[in-house]
Design a protein around this ligand. Sequence first.
Ligand SMILES: Nc1ncnc2c1ncn2[C@@H]1O[C@H](COP(=O)(O)OP(=O)(O)OP(=O)(O)O)[C@@H](O)[C@H]1O
Ligand SMILES: [Mg+2]
Length: 378
Amino acid sequence: MRCFPCFPYQRRKKGSKVPPRDGKKQRQGGKRNRKNHGNADHVDIKAQHFTFRQLATATKNFRQERLLGEGGFGRVYRGTLPKSGKVVAVKQLDKHGLHGNKEFLEEVSQLSLLHHDNLVKLIGYCADGDQRLLVYEYMPGGTAENHLLDIGQNKKPLDWNTRMRIAYGVAQGLEYLHNEVNPPVIYRDLKCSNVLLDEKFNPRLSDVGLTKLVHAGDKIHGTSRMMETYGYCAPEYTETGELTVKSDVYSFGVILLELITGQRVIDTTKPNAEQNLVSWAQPKFRNPKLFPEMVDPLLHGQFPEKSLNQAVAVAAMCLQEEPSVRPLISDIVTTLGFLLEIPEDPPAHAPCKTAVNSKANSEHGNSSDGRGFPFIQP
Ligand SMILES: Nc1ncnc2c1ncn2[C@@H]1O[C@H](COP(=O)(O)OP(=O)(O)OP(=O)(O)O)[C@@H](O)[C@H]1O
Ligand SMILES: [Mg+2]
C-alpha cells in the first residue's frame, strides 16, 4: 500500500508545474544493471583516468588555497583540468583504510555507471602507486549545510520553496539509487554536508559509494565519524548495524526536518532537551497546531501553511522507529512533487487538494492504518 494515500498517484501531466522527473531517461532502458563489472581495468571504466601528476597540476600541487574542505575520507581540492579548462573537485582519499588497486578500480567502474541529475558526476579517478583520487564535477553552490546551518550574518537564508525543491531533488536522487539501479544502492551517508548545490540551488548527492571504497567507512561504529553522522543514522543502524533502503529514508527525514527548522540534528550548544532535533520534534509531530513553531525563525513566517503541514507529515513518516512503516522513497518523491505545486496564497474558499485528498484518505482507511500519521486538514 502506498504510504501517502492522500495524494493522487497518476504520473504528472504535461504542462504540470512540477519539475520533470530527472530519472526518466535512465528508466527508458529498464533497470541499469551494475552486475558483471568485476575485474575492471582502466579500459572498462566509464570515467576518465588521470595520473597523479595531472591532478597535481590541476590543483597547483594540492595547494592550501585550493582546499575546498576536508571530510572523513580525505581532502577536497578545486582543480582546473589542463586541456578543457573545466573546473573540478578532486578528492584525495586518505591512504589509511584504502582497498587494493583491483577493488578500487572495480568499485570506481560501478560508480562510473551511475548517472542522474541529482547525483554529483564522477568525472574521473586516479590510482597511482598508493594514491587514490576521485575527480568530481565542481558544485559552485557549496553544501546545503553551508546555506542552512552555517549561515553567517550576511548570508540570505534559503526561502521555503528552495528548501522544498532541495528536498525534492534529494529524494529523486535517492529514488534513482533505490529503484533504478540494479542491484539497488543504499546511499548510507545522507546528510546535509553531502548535499551539494549548483548555482541555482539544485541539489546533487555527493560521495555516493564512497563508504565502499574505504574500509573505515564500512563501519562507522566507534569511529570519530560516528558522532558527526550519528544524528542522521536510523535507529536500527546505530543499534545493530543493519542497513536497508529504509535507513536512507530515515536520514532523508532528518534532512527534511533540518530544512524545515534550520536546526542541526545534533546541537550540543543547546539545552539538553533540544540537543537532538528528532527527539525535540517527535511530540510536536502529533499536534499540527505546533507545526508553525517548528519552522526556521529566519523565514519570518514566510511559508505556505499547507505545504508546511505536508512537509512535516512526510518528515514524521520517515522518522518512524520501525523501518517497515517508513514510506518508500518513490512515494516521498510523488508527495513532494505535489507539495511543490501547492500555491503560495490559495484564493479564499477555493477547493484545495488536501480537502479532496482527505476523502481519498478516509476511503483508503488511512486514519486507521496504525501508523498514527496525521494527514492534515486545511
Ligand atoms: N564536488 C564538489 N564541488 C564543490 N565542493 C565540494 C565538492 N565535493 C566536496 N566539496 C567541498 O568539500 C568539503 C568536504 O567534503 P567531504 O565530502 O570531504 O566532507 P564532508 O561531506 O563534510 O564529510 P564526509 O567525508 O563524511 O562526506 C565539502 O563540505 C564541500 O564544501
Ligand atoms: Mg562528503
